[in-house]
Structure formats: C-alpha cells, structure tokens
Design a protein around this ligand. Structure first.
Ligand SMILES: *[C@@H]1O[C@H](CO)[C@@H](O)[C@H](O)[C@H]1NC(C)=O
Ligand SMILES: *[C@@H]1O[C@H](CO)[C@@H](O)[C@H](O)[C@H]1NC(C)=O
Ligand SMILES: *[C@@H]1O[C@H](CO)[C@@H](O)[C@H](O)[C@H]1NC(C)=O
Length: 755
C-alpha cells in the first residue's frame, strides 16, 4: 500500500492530477492519526500511520518518513482547507505537537518523559528499563548533546522466536528506553527504526532538523546461513541531510577468533548486497559506499591475533595500546577509520560485572565493538566505553562525531544549471554524438554456478559533444540482457573526450541454473548500446558454462552415475527434454538417491554428528566453491571444507532443486493434513520414488543427529524450521501460518522412529 500511495503522490505532482481524483475529499472524509498504543510519546518524523475514512470505506496506511509522505499530507491538508470542512483532526507535517489534537493527548504529554525516568520499581531482569534508571547517570555519562542520534543494538533477543520469525517484544522496550534517555535540552523525533532479528538501529533527529531530512530508506541483509538467516548481518539506513547523503550501518559479524575470513566475507557481502532503491526507479540502487558519509558501528567481532590471554591483560593494564593495536585484526576496515582507540577492551566480561571472562573458555579481551566512519569532514570529538552498563558480556561504546554537511546555494545552482542546459542544447544541435568501444566481444571462461565473473568494457567519447548512453532492450525481450548478466552502469553520461568503464558481470543463481545445466540455454547474448540522438552499437557476450548438480533435478541426477561434468551435454539434454510424466528412464537401474546428496549427508554423518551450531553457522564461500567442484567433477575423492561449509552446501542444494523434494503439486495436501501423522506419512508414500528416497534419507539422517543433541544442541524445532523451508517450498509466496504448518508436517518425521 505504501508504495502505491507514493506512486500516486509522484503521479500527482508530475501529471497534475489532483488529490480529489484519488481520494474523495468530501464532507464525510477524515484522516485520523493512529496512535501507536505502546508509544506514549509522539515521535515526529517517524513512520506515521493514518486512517482514512470516507463513506463506508476505512483504510489504514503507513507512510514512511520522508519527503513523499510530507508532500502527501500537506496536499491532504490543503485539500481540506480549500473545502473548509469541519475537520475532526488535523495533521500537519512535520507536525508540531500542539496542533495534533486527540483524546488523551494532553494527559500523555503531562506524564512526559521525566515521570518515566523517575520510576523506581524496575525489576533488574528488564534490561531495557535499566538504561533509564538514574543510578546509571546516563544523562551525564552517555548522552552528550547532539543534533542526530544513532543507537545500534546486537543480540537484542536471542530467543528462537526472534531468530526464526524475526519478531520480538524487546524492540519496543529498548526503543522506549533510548527515546527517554536522549538529551533533555532538545526535542528529538524518532525518524527510523530498523531491525533484523537482534540487530537494531534507531535514528533520531532534533525536531527542527526533521524538515531537512529526505530520501529516508532502510534495508537489512542477513549473512547467516544461506544468506537468509538474520542472526548475523546488518541493518542500515540512508538519508539526505540538506545536500549530503549519509548512510549508517549497524552490523553483527561472525564470531570467534579464528573466523577472521568469515568476518571479511560478511563485510563484503553486506557492502555488495545492501542496496537502497532510489525514488527514480531508472537510477541504479545506491550501495553503502556511494554515500558522502558512512558511519559503521556494531559488534564487528574482530579480535587480537596471536596474543594469549595473559599477554593481552598485561598490556591493557599497562595501557600499551600501540602494541595492542598492532595485533588488531580489523586494521583499517577497508577505508573506514575509527580514530585513536584508547578504551578498555569491550569484550568479554562476566555479565553483571567488570571482571574479565572467568568461564572455562577464558576469552581473550578484545575490541569487538566499534564505531567507524568514512567521508570527508568527519571528526571524532569524543569516544567512550560505558563500564557502568553490566547487562551484557560486552561494554557499549559511544562516540560524538562532527560532520560537515553540504548545502547547495539554490540560486546559483539554478543559474549554473540553466547555463549548462543552454550550452548543451546549442552543441547538440551542431554535432552527432559518437563513442569508441574498447571491444565488441566479451568472452567469459568457465562460468560456474554461484561464481561471480566480471569483464570491463571501456567507452571513450570520441565525438564533439557530451553523450548519453544506455543499453536498450531488443524487440520482444523484456530486459536489455539475459538474467545472468548485468552491466554496471547500464546507462550514463560521458563528457566530451571522457571515458567510462562498464563492468559486465555474470552470475548464475538458482533461477537460471536449471536451464543452463540441462543444456536448454547457453550463456550467449547480444547487447545493444544506444547513444541518445546517435547510433546503436552491438556487443556480443559468450561463455562456456560448466554444468552443476546445483540446480539440476533429483530425477536427472539419479540417472547420472558419473559426476555431471563428465557427462556429454547431449546426454543430459536428452535426459531432461521429455516432460516429467512421459519420461522414460534412460538407464536400466537409476540410483536410489542422487550421489551428491549421499556424499554430503554421509560426510556430515561421519564427521560432524557432534558439531555445535550445525546448519546455523554459515560456511565460507571459498569452501563452498571447492565442495561444488568436488561434487561436479568427482575430484578430490572426499569432500573438502569445514563441517559448516558442507552443511550449508547441503541446504543450498535442497534450496536450488527446481522441483523440491515434496513436489509443488503435493504442497497443498501437506498443509491440509499437517496435524495428522498417518495422513502425513500417506502423502510421502505418494512421492515419486526417487523423491521419496531422498525425503526418507534426509529424515533418517536428521533423526540420527538428534541422538547427539547433548553435544550438538540441535532439537526438533530447529531442524524442522530449517528443513521444512527447503523440503516443502511453496509455489507461491508463503505466509507465517503456512510456514508453521510446513514445520508441523515435517516434525512428524523427526520425533519418531518410522521403521
Ligand atoms: C537470480 O538473479 C536474478 C538476476 O540478477 C534475480 O532477478 C533473481 O531474483 C535471482 N534469483 C534468486 C532466487 O536469487
Ligand atoms: C566437525 O565436527 C566434529 C564434531 O562432530 C569435530 O570433532 C571436528 O573437528 C569438526 N571438523 C572440522 C573440520 O571442523
Ligand atoms: C488421522 O487420519 C486418519 C486417516 O484419515 C484417521 O483415521 C484418524 O482418525 C486421524 N487421526 C486424528 C488424530 O485425527
């Protein structure tokens, strides 16, 4: 609904459609702000929920904070005034509190912040409320006066509900605690709250600045297993403040001292996958690093390498930070800096104390928790850790930063812009644009499943005028290139005599792998590069694709006794060309289950039955590549990689099956009978033979793992949640109720011995 409305708002201002055309502004029309019942204070600038009433209609919408909503509400207001209606409630945006009238409002205001802070009957277990307790001296200690506040949390909630369903009551608790703890000398608006499982970011701005904030967006990226689970990852916001683009990231990277490589991979993943869409859909999404200022905070989990516990504690006691930092794994986090860090280590303490970890593991102290930044004109004024807060085994850190903000002089901007347009018009009329391409053919060698490859093409503007280029789609094609290819940038501007590098990237994911594996499609494409007011250039792209078991069907793989890359493409094509029903088996005796599944499951069964965090801790991409190659070529003989990488490969394999283990056609039936064990068993008996074998084999393996639950901490709930999502994929979008039913279905096969 939100985006539709925004679309309408844009439409309104571009096409001069009036508001009346969209909403009937009549005598019985009203807009009422919906009170968020848990919030006793208003947060100006936060997402706002309004209810629109007209005639019999009643529509509740949530408007994201930002210029579009502002525009929309001010138009609504204007339309009202024009009709001089008797308005039940008025909303102004950004609203000043006095103008919002609603029942109980004055009372709420009187209660105010101070009363909440002075409450003294908190229970110690409620960590969120503790933040606001006077004895922590937060006002004096933590909260320095600032114009904008960002507060980041990690591991907000470690419960399974939070992990699997991304839902937690802690969100509101902590948000209240922070809102009430901001500096008392000014009023702040909560502009954005974004959360992924336990990683949360809050962004506040002083009321008087709210109107200068625009293009507010929030995104999240999970880097947990299969890039989906949100126990690790990042949340981020971007916004424009006056004319500066600012991005704030809060991340929680992989833990454990030896997982250094995994942390770097998480960081890279976050940078490449976290994309903010722009209001103009024709513009490429913005990455984190495209912003003028980037603030990066969180539990980055980087440790000190090669120093033992006693050494570290000794150096900390001597305050020898120079030596300590020379062992720091974080280095200069790819162009982000953190200033001089002379704080006590932030990790790891016995919860509730200032004692170093006294547990058996006796973790080495480290600076896991950081506040880093990137951008011109950023200066750290203050940096501090908060030893008084004892609710966690980490100590929180805070930093006060000063940022230079760009302000465009509208008048001279307009003048310069008009001058340039005039100049361009004149030149355009005189000359035809032209470019030189550094190559007309691009060949990628040995493209593989889930392995990124890039080649660069350079455009050189050798014409007499600046030019505008764009890859355009060919007749009858929906996009300018095949789905496995992207050109970055796909359009742009080149000054006269200038150059632009275009990255052509190939990435075969699960949507495209099946057709390529089966030989029904090749990596071949022809791109058309169009110059505005100029001619078209053609660019051919080709590659040899190396087929993979990932993305191939169970049926096909059961008929391949040898690794897929040793089979002639012609054979695979024949095997996969007939429809499902009519397919005749090509070999006399197909395998019971694909040997690749056997190889991965057997590996885990033999090596990792007692591994903790199995199927929850992600593996390394580098090792996935080796495992894939081993399955596809048969070399080496046994699977490489850690337990976690093999486990993730197995999940990915199930996830990329074009037809899931429970075929789409039986999915609905599974939901219907999910509470009845004998009916569930009956559905499984209806599966095609090789699907049935795979299902039973995996269920048996998981029951085996559950026998070691004292060591691996797995339980029926965790396994049902993870595997039901892969074995029973929905042909359409799944809602939460459906998801729970698939889990209930699969649980029948985990709890009992079906032999
Ligand atoms: C695969 O890649 C295409 C093109 O980048 C994308 O549109 C699609 O969503 C991806 N599919 C999956 C399952 O990630
Ligand atoms: C795999 O897990 C087992 C426990 O079942 C452990 O002993 C072994 O070291 C792990 N292997 C690797 C390579 O981590
Ligand atoms: C489950 O289904 C079977 C067969 O349809 C039926 O006989 C049985 O009563 C059902 N059990 C329960 C607990 O509903």
């Amino acid at each position: 609904m939100t985006s539709r409305l925004l679309g309408l708002v844009e439409l309104m201002f571009h096409l001069y459609v009036t508001l009346d055309d969209i909403f009937p502004i009549s005598n019985d029309f009203a807009v009422v702000e919906v009170i968020k019942c848990l919030l006793h204070y208003i947060s100006i600038g936060a997402d706002i929920r309004v209810r629109l009433n007209f005639q019999d209609g009643d529509l509740e919408v949530r408007l994201p904070f930002g210029s579009h909503s502002r525009l929309f509400l001010s138009e609504v207001n204007k339309a009202w005034s024009a009709q001089s209606l008797q308005v039940k409630t008025s909303i102004l945006w950004p609203c000043s509190q006095g103008k919002v009238k609603r029942e109980g409002w004055d009372e709420l205001k009187r209660e105010g912040r101070h009363d909440l802070v002075h409450q003294s009957s908190h229970t110690a277990s409620n960590k969120a409320t503790m933040l606001a307790m006077p004895q922590f001296g937060l006002r004096d200690n933590l909260i320095r006066f600032a114009e904008l506040y960002c507060a980041g949390f990690q591991e907000l909630d470690l419960s399974k509900v939070a992990f699997f369903f991304n839902d937690t009551p802690k969100e509101t608790e902590w948000m209240k605690a922070v809102s009430e703890g901001l500096h008392p000398d000014a009023k702040y608006a909560l502009v954005k709250l974004v959360r992924l499982v336990g990683i949360m970011l809050l962004f506040y701005v002083r009321n008087e600045h709210a109107k200068h904030i625009s293009e507010m967006e929030a995104e999240t990226v999970g880097t947990g297993i299969m890039g989906r689970m949100g126990n690790k990852g990042a949340v981020a916001i971007r916004f424009r403040f006056h004319n500066s683009d600012i991005c704030v990231v809060n991340s929680h990277l992989a833990a454990h001292i030896e997982e250094y490589e995994r942390r770097n991979q998480d960081y890279k993943d976050i940078c490449s996958r976290l994309l903010f869409h722009q209001h103009d859909p024709a513009l490429a999404p913005l990455t984190i690093m495209k912003h003028n200022v980037v603030l990066w905070l969180g539990d980055l989990n980087y440790r000190l390498s090669d120093l033992d516990v006693d050494n570290v504690k000794d150096l900390i006691a001597k305050k020898d930070f120079e030596v300590l930092h020379s062992y720091d794994q974080v280095g200069c986090f790819r162009g982000l800096c953190g200033g001089k860090n002379r704080l006590p280590a932030t990790y790891k303490y016995d919860t509730g104390s200032d004692q170093w970890d006294t547990s058996e593991k006796c973790r080495v102290p480290a600076w896991c928790d950081r506040i880093l930044w990137r951008g011109k004109n950023v200066r750290q004024l203050h940096y501090q850790s908060h030893m008084d807060l004892k609710t966690s085994d980490h100590k929180p850190v805070s930093s006060l930063l000063e940022m230079g903000i760009k302000l465009v002089n509208e008048e001279s901007y307009k003048k310069t812009f008009e001058e340039i347009v005039r100049l361009l018009d004149k030149m355009e009329n005189e000359c035809i644009p032209s470019v030189m391409l550094s190559r007309r053919e691009v060949h990628f060698k040995d493209v593989k499943f889930m392995q990124h490859q890039a080649e660069t093409l350079t455009l050189h503007n050798d014409g007499q005028v600046p030019c505008q280029f764009e890859f355009i789609q060919k007749l009858d094609e929906p996009t300018y290139c095949k789905p496995w290819l992207t050109a970055n940038p796909a359009k742009g501007f080149i000054a006269q005599g200038g150059k632009v590098d275009i990255d052509l990237e190939v990435f075969v994911n699960r949507s495209t792998a099946t057709e390529l594996n089966a030989g029904h499609q090749q990596i071949e494409d022809m791109l058309v590069l169009h110059l505005e007011r100029g001619k078209d250039y053609f660019l051919s792209v080709s590659s040899n694709y190396l087929p993979s078991c990932f993305g191939s069907s169970i049926q096909t793989l059961c008929q391949l006794r040898d690794p897929i890359q040793e089979i002639p493409l012609e054979t695979i094509r024949e095997l996969t060309s007939s429809g499902d029903e009519t397919r005749t088996l090509m070999i006399d005796k197909p395998l019971d289950i694909p040997k690749e599944i056997w190889q991965m499951v057997d590996h885990l069964y033999r090596n990792a039955p007692k591994q903790g965090e199995l199927f929850q801790q992600p593996g390394l991409h580098r090792e996935f590549v080796e495992i894939r190659d081993c399955l596809d070529t048969g070399m080496p003989e046994s699977l490489p990689g850690s337990n976690h990488s093999v486990a993730e490969a197995l999940l990915l394999f199930l996830d990329t099956l074009p037809e899931p283990v429970i075929p789409f056609s039986l999915y609905q039936q599974c939901l219907e009978c999910c509470s009845n064990t004998s009916q569930c068993k009956k559905v499984v008996s209806l599966l095609p033979q090789c699907h049935k074998n795979v299902f039973n084999y995996i269920a048996a393996f998981l029951r085996e793992l559950l026998k070691h639950s004292t060591h691996n901490s797995l339980d029926v709930n965790i396994l049902a949640t993870i595997f039901a999502a892969l074995l029973l994929r929905s042909p359409t979008k799944q809602d939460l109720a459906e998801k729970r039913k698939t889990q209930e279905f699969f649980q029948h096969f985990l709890v009992q011995d079906l032999s």
